[in-house]
Ligand binder design. Structure first.
Ligand code: ADP
Ligand code: ZN
Length: 598
């Protein structure tokens, strides 16, 4: 029997295992169950694909999205693996062909949608086969806290009882404690092993900017750092995705909106375009992403604050799967926080639901306002440590300086108190600045003792103060919503002068020198025309087979080809990501291209 490592080298063209791949595969090989938590792009698929190939029988993979399973099957076939899928896009004939192949032992891996798996007929079919492994991809879909919840996942736990001799492996990139526990209990994996890999994505640069004119800020970000690149922009509402996409298009960016309200055909078409073409920007609600397996997404931008840090990490994780530099950029402001709180309070969820969501919001806000390394904040949320400074986030690159704002904090808090603890930051700032707005006069706030005591600072600085007081937990949002601020227990020591408060200076504007520095670190290709020629060849081969370009070779593989200029098939075969099958299929064509540039 071929060893897992041999298969990794021969079929996939990689030298060694990454993260916990080796351990997880060994465990499954010996028949054990497990849950594998690995960051996006970490290489979760190999954890079940290799046992499927190495153990006798066929591997069954439960995967929630049709597009995802189709891509995986295409990629596996390119590597010479006998893979197929069963999903609702197939006709009866198609099913027959696939099931016959499976029954004849001619399939290594079969992908199937969760709603099909637990059907009686399908279980019957499975019991007539020899199964090597059962894999549950995107296992966080069992979690009701997550936004990817799929009710069909709830029954998958029964597979353990139905097929007691087949090892089961669940994989996901979502790793917060609640989700992890839910997966283990719902999938009945408590007797299995847990493999957690470091969650760091060192190639992603994290940056949070304050909303000023968010669309323009986004446009500037794309133009400065990502002209012609593929990227995802997340917005909260469907309408906003459409408006933003339209506007970006009018500014010369190849942008398309994508949301759950669009019909299935359009969504699939847009997804295909994004997946297969270069330089497309998708402006989407969270409905977009789970099925995206595109390795060369160069940036993920958030125009609205996500609901939780776990969601944020998952969404930003879609950038830079190929390991090359990528950006996670977010614009945020106080209105995001008040808006989200209102949504939570107005929702039908029970108390526990609201409490968890409020906590999630707090953590998210803490991330936005941190004066520390962003990566450290992110990783500590997942229980990971990080060597600080990471050197690849905005707070590391432009260290935040702080100022003693104890007096201003006291002024702000007493203004909250004097005006009755129901007003939002905007009104409170008017009072502090001594502005006679109609609202101030009507409420009689021109006669409270805090009227006009804050003239030493302008409105912008005061906004920053209120935002940070909230992030520091020194003031709370009125649970009734509408952005009103109230005092909380932590406010007292500040008001009584027992606690001093330091605020961060809001960065004026990211220094462009940093942008340039980062851009320079991008892998340089010596000869632009060679690079273009290699890409053109890849595109030609991809078109001929009807697959996305990266299924032929990833950008990182292409870069290595350009840098090493291999002369023979053997030399070419040494490059990462070129297994036996691809070497045979594409090797000669690429060597021909290289020949012209010697
Ligand atoms: P995810 O964990 O997000 O499912 P994938 O399984 O899609 O990640 O893997 C991401 C990329 O990393 C793929 O292109 C895959 O071929 C590559 N990869 C996986 N394992 C290794 C490895 N051991 N060495 C090099 N590349 C790997
Ligand atoms: Zn950092």
């Amino acid at each position: 029997m071929e060893s897992p490592l041999d298969i990794l080298r021969r079929v996939f063209g990689y030298d060694g295992f990454r993260l916990q791949q080796g351990q997880a595969i060994e465990h499954v090989m010996s028949g054990g169950d497990c849950l594998v938590l690995m960051p996006t792009g970490g290489g979760k698929s190999l954890c079940y694909q290799i046992p499927a190939l190495a153990r006798p029988g066929m591997g069954l993979v439960v995967s929630p999205l049709i597009a995802l399973m189709e891509d995986q099957v295409k990629a596996l076939r390119q590597n010479g693996v006998r893979a197929s899928y069963m999903n609702s896009t197939m006709d009866y004939e198609g099913f027959l062909t696939v099931s016959r192949a499976a029954l004849r032992g001619e399939l290594d891996v079969l992908y199937v949608a969760p709603e099909r798996v637990m059907k009686e007929r399908f279980i019957d079919f499975l019991s007539r086969l020899k199964l090597s492994v059962i894999a549950i991809d995107e296992a966080h879909c069992v979690s009701q806290w997550g936004h990817d919840f799929r009710p069909e996942y709830l029954r998958l736990g029964e597979l353990g009882r139905l097929f007691p001799d087949v090892p089961r492996i669940a994989v996901t990139a979502t790793a917060d404690e609640i989700t992890r526990k839910e997966i283990i209990s719902r999938l009945d994996l408590s007797r299995g092993k847990l493999f957690v890999s470091g969650f760091d994505r060192p190639n992603i640069n994290y940056q949070v900017v304050l909303k000023d004119n968010p669309r323009r800020q986004l446009l500037a970000f794309i133009r400065e750092k990502h002209a012609g690149h593929s990227g995802i922009v997340y917005c909260m509402t469907r309408k906003k995705t459409e408006d933003t996409a339209k506007w970006l298009s009018s500014q010369g960016i190849n942008a398309m909106a994508y949301h759950g309200g669009m019909d299935g055909d359009t969504r699939r078409e847009y997804q295909r375009i994004f997946q297969e073409e270069d330089g497309v920007v998708i402006v989407a609600t969270i409905a977009f992403g789970m099925g995206i397996d595109k390795p060369d997404v160069r940036f993920v931008a958030h125009l609205d604050m996500p609901k939780s840090l776990a969601a944020y990490y998952q969404e930003t994780g879609r950038a830079g799967r190929d390991g090359l530099p990528a950006d996670a950029w977010m614009a945020y402001g106080m209105a995001d926080v008040t808006g989200q709180l209102r949504l939570i309070e107005m929702s039908d969820g029970d108390r526990a639901f609201k409490t968890i969501n409020r906590q999630n919001l707090d953590v998210m806000l803490g991330y936005c306002e941190t004066t520390e390394c962003r990566r450290k904040t992110l990783l500590s949320f997942f229980g990971d440590s990080c060597t600080v400074p990471c050197g690849n986030c905005d707070t590391c690159n432009n260290p935040v300086s702080t100022w003693d704002g104890t007096i201003q904090a006291q002024k702000a808090l007493s203004c909250v108190y004097r005006t009755g603890q129901t007003y939002g930051a905007g009104h409170l700032i008017d009072v502090l600045l001594g502005k006679n707005t109609p609202k101030v006069i009507e409420a009689g706030h021109d006669s409270v003792s805090t009227f006009g005591i804050g003239k030493e600072m302008d409105e912008k600085r005061w906004r920053s103060v209120f935002r940070q007081l909230l992030a520091l937990g020194l003031v709370m949002l009125d649970p009734q919503g509408y952005g009103g601020l109230r005092l909380c227990r932590e406010s007292r020591p500040v008001l009584k002068g027992e606690r001093s408060v330091y605020f961060r200076f809001d960065p004026e504007k990211a220094r462009t020198s940093r942008v340039e520095a980062k851009t320079k670190e991008r892998p340089a290709v010596a000869d632009g025309s060679l690079w273009e020629a290699l890409r053109a060849k890849r595109m030609e081969l991809a078109k001929a087979q009807g697959v996305p370009a990266y299924v032929i070779f990833h950008d990182s593989t292409m870069l290595e080809i350009a840098q090493c200029m291999p002369r023979t098939l053997d030399e070419l075969g040494c490059i990462e990501g070129i297994g036996c099958k691809k070497l045979e299929l594409y090797g000669p064509a690429f060597l021909d291209v290289l020949e012209k540039f010697r």
